[in-house]
Write a protein that binds this ligand. Structure first.
Ligand code: ASP
Length: 439
C-alpha cells in the first residue's frame, strides 16, 4: 500500500498546522509522498504567501522595495521553522530569490516559490527527500501538461526515494522557465505524483471534511457526501462547487486511483471518496446540488425549424464567431434556447442577434436575463422513478417558477433554470425534499 498526501495552504499556514500535517504523515507508514501548498491564511484577514509573492513580483517589476516584501515573506517561514524547532535556515534560498527577481522579474517564478520553500521545510521536518517539480513536471508549448515526459521523469525520480516531498503548483515550461498551474494547482501536482507512483490512494488534506451535498452558505449544516464518482464531481464543480482544482481528477482517473478528501483538523473523519465507479448507493437519491447565477437564455423561434437541416449549426456559428461558449441548449419543435454566461454575452449580444438573423433567418429571437442554473446531480437518479417530479413539486410548493429544464441522457444530472432571485429558495427546496424529507 502506498499513498500520496497533499496538504492545502490552510493545513500548512503556521507551525501548529504544520505539526498536525507532520503527525498525519507519521501516523501511517504508507504515506510516502507529500505534496505541500504554500502557507495559506492563518485567519480570515490574513494574506496567503502566494499572494505576497505575486505582490513581490509586481514590486520587482516596478523597481519597488523588494527587500522589504521578501523580509515579510521570510518572516512567515521563519515563524514556522522556529515553531517546529528545526535547525534550518532559508537565508540562501531567499538570496537567490531576491537576485533572480531583481535581474529578471517574472510572475510564475515568484508565485511558485511559496510551495518550493514550504517543500524544503517539510522535507527537513519529515526527513524525506526533496524532489523538485522543475525537474519532474513538464508543460507543452501551449501550456498543457506534457503527460508522457512528466510521468516518465516523475516516476524515475520517485523510484530513487523511500519518501519524498514534491512541492505543488509548478513545473517547467517549454521555454525552460518555471511555470505554474492556475490557482489551487497543487491539487493537480498531487494527482500527477499519485499517478506516476501508482499509489493506492491520493489523500487530499484540507480544512473541511470533504464535500457537502449543498453549499453551506445557502443550506444550514448540509450533510456530507461519502462517495462521489469523478463524473458527478465534474458536473458539480462545473456548476460552482469548489474544493478540488478542476484538472486534478484527470491524471488519477485514467489509473483508477481514488481521491480521499480529508480534514487536517479532524483526521478521524472519513471525508469524501472520489472514485471512478461504485456499487455503493448514496444515502439519498441525489449526490449533490450546485448552481450559479448570471446566465442569459436566447430563445430562437422559427416555424418548421425541426425539418430545416443545418439550422442549429447556423445559430451556434453566430455564437462561436463572437467567441461565446454556450452552456446548455434545450430545444423544442420550433424553438431552440441557447444558454450563455451573462457577462460574456452582454457586450456582444446585438452582434450575435444580427448574425443569427443573417445566417438562420428565424421568426423571432427573445433574450431573457437574470437566470440562475441549478444542477441536481446523482448517479442514483437513473434507477429511481419520480426524481424530476419530486424536484418540481418541491419548487412549486415554494413558489419557484421553473424557467428551463435540461436533462442529459446520461441521467446523471438535471439542470433547472430559475430567476436569480429564486436561486437560494430553489436550492433549499431541493435539498429539503431529498435530504430532510427523504420521500
Ligand atoms: N498556493 C497556490 C494558490 O494559492 C496553489 C495551491 O495552493 O494549490 O493558489
Amino acid at each position: 500500500m502506498k499513498k500520496v498526501v497533499k496538504f492545502g495552504g490552510s493545513s500548512l499556514a503556521d507551525a501548529k498546522q504544520f505539526k498536525k500535517a507532520g503527525d498525519i504523515v507519521r501516523a501511517d507508514a504508507t504515506r510516502l509522498y507529500v505534496v505541500p501548498s504554500a502557507p495559506g491564511k492563518r485567519n480570515s484577514s490574513d494574506t496567503k504567501v502566494t499572494d505576497m509573492l505575486i505582490e513581490a513580483y509586481r514590486i520587482a517589476a516596478n523597481d519597488g522595495d523588494l527587500d522589504r516584501q521578501l523580509a515579510d515573506i521570510k518572516a512567515r517561514y521563519d515563524e514556522i521553522i522556529t515553531g517546529l524547532g528545526l535547525d534550518f535556515t532559508l537565508d540562501d534560498e531567499f538570496e537567490v530569490i531576491a537576485d533572480t527577481l531583481k535581474k529578471d522579474p517574472y510572475l510564475d517564478y515568484a508565485a511558485s516559490r511559496g510551495e518550493y520553500l514550504n517543500g524544503k521545510i517539510m522535507a527537513k521536518y519529515l526527513g524525506f527527500d526533496f524532489v523538485d517539480p522543475f525537474d519532474t513536471i513538464f508543460f507543452n508549448e501551449e501550456g498543457s501538461l506534457n503527460t508522457y515526459k512528466t510521468e516518465k521523469e516523475m516516476k524515475a525520480a520517485l523510484q530513487k526515494t523511500q519518501g519524498a516531498v514534491v512541492p505543488g503548483f509548478y513545473g517547467r515550461g517549454k521555454d525552460g522557465r518555471v511555470k505554474t498551474f492556475s490557482r489551487g494547482g497543487s491539487d493537480v501536482t498531487g494527482s500527477i505524483v499519485a499517478a506516476a507512483a501508482s499509489v493506492d490512494v491520493y489523500e487530499n488534506w484540507t480544512d473541511v471534511s470533504g464535500f457537502l451535498v449543498a453549499d453551506p452558505r445557502i443550506v444550514k449544516d448540509p450533510v456530507g457526501i461519502d462517495t462521489i464518482t469523478y463524473r458527478e464531481l465534474r458536473e458539480l464543480s462545473y456548476m460552482g462547487a469548489s474544493v478540488l482544482h478542476e484538472d486534478a481528477i484527470f491524471p488519477v482517473r485514467s489509473k483508477g486511483i481514488p481521491i480521499n478528501i480529508k480534514n487536517t483538523n479532524r483526521p478521524q473523519d472519513e471525508g469524501t471518496w472520489i472514485v471512478e465507479s461504485t456499487a455503493k448507493k448514496s444515502d439519498y437519491t441525489i449526490t449533490g446540488i450546485a448552481g450559479k447565477k448570471g446566465f442569459c437564455a436566447c430563445l430562437i423561434t422559427k416555424g418548421l425549424m425541426n425539418s430545416e437541416i443545418g439550422f442549429g449549426r447556423k445559430v451556434l456559428q453566430s455564437f462561436e464567431d463572437n467567441g461565446i461558449s454556450f452552456e446548455h441548449m434545450p430545444s423544442g419543435i420550433d424553438t431552440m434556447t441557447v444558454v450563455v454566461h451573462e457577462d460574456e454575452f452582454l457586450d456582444k449580444e446585438q452582434q450575435v442577434v444580427s448574425e443569427i438573423h443573417r445566417f438562420a433567418h428565424p421568426d423571432s429571437i427573445e433574450i431573457e436575463s437574470d437566470l440562475a442554473l441549478i444542477a441536481v446531480v446523482g448517479r442514483g437518479m437513473k434507477s429511481m422513478r419520480g426524481t424530476a417530479g419530486r424536484i418540481f413539486s418541491a419548487l412549486a410548493h415554494r413558489n419557484v417558477n421553473v424557467r428551463m429544464i435540461d436533462q442529459g441522457s446520461s441521467e446523471l444530472n438535471i439542470i433547472i433554470g430559475v430567476a436569480n432571485q429564486d436561486f437560494e429558495t430553489a436550492i433549499e427546496a431541493i435539498y429539503d425534499i431529498f435530504v430532510n424529507t427523504q420521500l
